[in-house]
Design a binder for this molecule. Structure first.
Ligand code: 8YV
Length: 320
């Protein structure tokens, strides 16, 4: 009997995919700097029992219709906005994501991005490397304090809670806005619920950690930035399309807010002539929220465990 075929859309460490290779026929896209082309993905989906995918792979109706033998799509991310989950379910294809294992690592990055933006850490590094450091002056690269300030978290899921826990260590007041109120977070973390408008008006730091949904798409427009303090710093470690980037550029240029730290963009990779890249008070990262070695390894293991479970007719560890 032919072994089930598994297609992996990015190069992953061999040691991690060994458990799959021992049991199945496994093929992996092997170019680091080029994304698997759509035609290749469609062709592989046509014979695969399982796909191990990334956020940048669009798993839509066309692909799912192509996947005659497909039993499971394991996405190397907690988010699944790249997948038509309802249609997959209708077709009996299990969809698995990677919650929990990346919570603390992503919270570390979101908090780090906030600190880097507030304290102008990246600008400081550039300043030295570009030979600008000729003398010291009292207000050289003076930034904003973080401690004792007000942090507003938009999207209080497990990553939001992990950021709130870090904020407590910095004596910050924590506000949050979420689709549903989270009494546990209010009690355990002392986080106070606010409407989005109230949160924007009161916060010194606004950190977006919400999933990309019909409700959150384009949530941040000029009007929202206008409500924020002109000293406020905006952080997005969730999804680019939650923010209207033109409005964000305008908000920073016009001084509606003081700066932004961004790990995500509407288009990834961001184009080199994007106006965001011309602004000093913007810190940009290439979508590395969950990218620590330990966490990425845990995420891959969770994906391979889930694939194996579904192919053996067992319950996956995490499914949508
Ligand atoms: C992904 C992410 O791991 O988990 C998510 O939803 O955004 C990241 O942690 C990364 O984008 C690779 O797909």
């Amino acid at each position: 009997m032919m072994k089930p075929f598994i297609y992996i859309t990015r190069k992953l460490p061999e040691t991690l995919i060994q458990p799959l290779q021992d049991r199945y026929e496994v093929e992996m896209w092997d170019q680091d700097d080029v994304q698997v082309p759509r035609e290749v993905l469609l062709e592989k989906a046509g014979k695969a029992s399982a796909l191990l995918t990334m956020l940048s792979d669009r798993i839509d109706g066309e692909l799912l219709d192509q996947g005659e033998h497909l039993k499971v799509v394991a996405n190397l991310a907690v988010g699944f906005d790249n997948i038509d989950v309802a249609y997959a379910k209708e077709k009996g294809v299990a969809v698995c994501n990677t919650p929990d294992v990346l919570t603390e690592t992503t919270a570390d990055l979101a908090f780090g991005l906030m600190m880097a933006t507030a304290r102008r850490i990246v600008e400081g590094d550039r300043y030295i490397r570009e030979g600008e450091w000729k003398s010291w002056s009292p207000l050289l690269l003076a930034g904003a304090d973080i401690h004792h300030k007000t942090l507003g978290i938009v999207g209080m899921g497990s990553i939001g809670e992990a950021v709130a826990r870090r904020a407590k260590g910095f004596s910050m007041d924590v506000l949050y806005h979420n689709r549903n109120r989270r009494p546990e977070a209010e009690e355990a973390l002392g986080a106070a619920f606010r409407s989005l408008d109230e949160l924007l008006k009161e916060s010194d730091f606004v950190v977006v950690l919400a999933p990309l949904t019909e409700e959150t798409k384009g949530l941040f427009q000029k009007e929202q930035f206008d409500m924020m303090k002109d000293s406020a710093i905006f952080i997005n470690a969730a999804r680019g399309p939650i923010v209207d980037e033109d409005a964000l550029v305008e908000a920073i240029r016009e001084g509606m807010i003081a700066g932004a730290g961004l790990d995500v963009f509407t288009q990834e990779p961001i184009s080199m002539d994007h106006p965001l890249l011309s602004l000093d008070r913007v810190v940009v990262l290439p979508h590395i929220g969950s990218s620590s070695v330990d966490t990425r390894y845990d995420m891959v293991r969770l994906c391979t465990d889930n694939i194996q479970a579904v192919l053996e007719g067992k319950e996956p560890r995490t499914a949508l």
